[in-house]
Design a protein around this ligand. Sequence first.
Ligand code: PLP
Length: 450
Amino acid sequence: MTITETEAWTAQRVKAVDKEYVIHSWSVQGALDPIPVAGGSGSWFWDYDGRKYLDFQSQLVNLNLGHQHPRLVEAIRAQAADLCYIGPGFAERSRAELAEMIAGLTPGDLKMSFFTTGGAAANENAVRLARHVTGRHKIVARYRSYHGATAGAMSLTGDPRRWAAEPGISGVVRMLDPYTYRCPAGHPDPCPVCSGGPHLEEILQYENPETVAAVIVEPVTGTNGLLYPPDGYLQSLREVCDRHGILLIFDEVMAGFGRTGEWFACNHWNVVPDILITAKGLNSGYVPLGAMTVSARISEWLKDNMFWGGMTYAGHPLACASGVASLRIMEDEGVVENSRAMGERLGAGLAALAERHPSIGDIRGRGLFYGVELVKHRGTREPLVPFNAKGAAAAPVSRLLKAAMERGVYLTANFNVLRLTPPLVINSGEIDLALGVLDEVLSLADDHYQ
Ligand code: PLP
């Protein structure tokens, strides 16, 4: 083996070397056929033959400012020229500036931040800190949730990817989700599960509330079906947590920083958590970054108590500088406003598609965070593919996604829910283009309508 470069990196070579040496996430490696990507700009990326794809996913719902935003690229370049790395024990400008900006943007009295390399690591730290602050050990998490792939975060996660990591960490207790389209309690009015507090209260009574350190929820569930809570739900969790001295953790790794048309999803309901977890949209993922931001009360607690957490790359200057630049771009370019306006256009377009496509059972969304749930029948609500289907998008959903890709629109799905999460900088022409392609490919779902 030589490290001297002799051969050109053609698409074929990238693909062949990738196949031989790279382990891809959540996949049977031999079944993969990834497209070699050569570049991207804005809402688009392209392959080595110049074939362009509209990124209606923002990759892993992180590329909120789109591909290769020039100001963001330049900020990373400038920080790299100044100081690529300094350990977490030193004070560093981009780190300080980003933490101050987050304190200014987040709701309520959220104040100090600990920076990580992504969402899972931030959730891990939140759980450990909550245990230390309260002196309790149990954590209540929900079934339809994804909190990351490290041991603790995967134990918090409810979705079936957890099964391969079990038994996981101890002390995680689970509650049901406010999935109003498929109410787990069978649609009673009022529903204890969909209203939040009564269901949580009952679980706490079985578990002993004095052993529970925290409740962790995604205010809007991302990966597991784009679920929006009914009004009053988060408020109700807040009240129950306050009554029992339990910390409320909001995981806004996917929903935070403009995705739902507000800076933070919890702003829609004016509920403030004790700990807010963010990543992805914080810097569009140009450099790995996550953040755990804690209330003024926990910030005070940290002044006299040890913070038992740390990583070599905690508060990495390149990541923090990209965060600072990203938040400035969002303000300067009205990115949250664009998310709201384009979301309205997308929502109206989807409602029109539902008139023509019976397989659309439910449309859920705000901002550019939309889920379209596909069913075999609107009356029975039988899902187009079962929830425990192997792979994230079993046929016929995978056929639909493939057809969209062949037409130049990159989409993904979670079981029977299409995830529509384009970059927050997308324009109306691009939204209309995606709606046109959806109109064509949804016939593949309609074919299974009974
Ligand atoms: N939390 C939520 C809500 C997420 O959507 C994700 C990733 O998709 C994570 C946590 C994990 O973040 P990361 O992959 O950066 O560890």
